[in-house]
Design a protein. Structure first.
Length: 245
């Protein structure tokens, strides 16, 4: 039963989590429990990929129909990777769901149970955090058409809306403050709105020992809904705010 449940995740017939129509995220606790049981019940076994030797409870993924996989990419059994995806030398963990047309670029990591939408670009060195326990915990969700720039970290069940752009090096956690710089409005924590350009920033906070800058995420610009990303336009937005494109 455990292997059948993980096989269903591997084939994309089941998902650990999914965006719902109300704007929330549904979680299948049974699917998560199957993964946790697999770690406990499956024996350690040797495996190989060319000259590389492995010793693990979870084998490498073999179902990769229609996926371009560059040497050095690693995907574990139980991760679903849709046709049309590209895996550069990268890592995709068990329970993850990577939808069609998505690029997982060099040294990017997609953590356990993370949900990545269609036509997403996870640029070099991006870290998408994994969430396995507790079973009802919401994983990271990246919406369709999002662009996550180099060395960003999105962890702890944070969410990036459809079409959003995260500037290089942005760190987004579930507790991150997200602030619209044009209005000063504080948006829901840990959520980057759809079709927006956001970067990492700081805001000053007073403490007993003095005033210090605390990390936050700044929303620089809202994009037209459904627009494709134009690199020149994005670079102009970033330069207007004193950042490199």
């Amino acid at each position: 039963m455990v292997t059948a449940a993980v096989d269903a995740l591997d084939a994309g017939e089941a998902r650990v989590a999914w965006p719902d129509r109300a704007g929330g995220v549904g979680v299948d606790e049974r699917a998560k429990r199957a993964i946790l049981l697999a770690f406990r019940l499956l024996p350690m076994e040797p495996s190989a990929a060319g000259g590389f030797q492995y010793h693990d409870r979870v084998p490498l993924k073999t179902r990769l129909d229609g996926v371009r996989v560059v040497p050095g990419a690693i995907a574990r059994w139980g991760a679903y990777i849709a046709p049309g995806c590209v895996l550069m030398p990268s890592f995709v963990n068990i329970g993850a769901y990577v939808d069609s047309g998505t690029m997982v670029d060099t040294w990017a990591t997609v953590g356990s149970c993370a949900q990545i939408g269609k036509n997403v670009h996870l640029a070099g060195g991006v870290g998408i955090g994994g969430v396995l326990e507790p079973p009802n915990a919401v994983p990271v969700v990246i919406g369709d058409e999002a662009f996550i720039s180099s060395r960003c970290m999105v962890v702890e069940g944070a969410r990036v809306g459809a079409g959003a752009v995260l500037g290089a090096g942005t760190i987004l956690t579930r507790s991150s403050h997200v602030i619209d710089v044009e209005t000063g409005e504080e948006l829901p924590r840990g959520e980057v709105p759809p079709w927006s350009v956001c970067v990492g920033g700081t805001r000053m906070r007073k403490f007993a020992g003095g005033e210090f800058g605390m990390p936050c995420v700044l929303l620089l610009k809202r994009l037209p809904e459904g627009s494709r990303h134009d690199k020149a336009v994005l670079n102009d937005i970033l330069r207007d705010h004193g950042m490199n494109g």
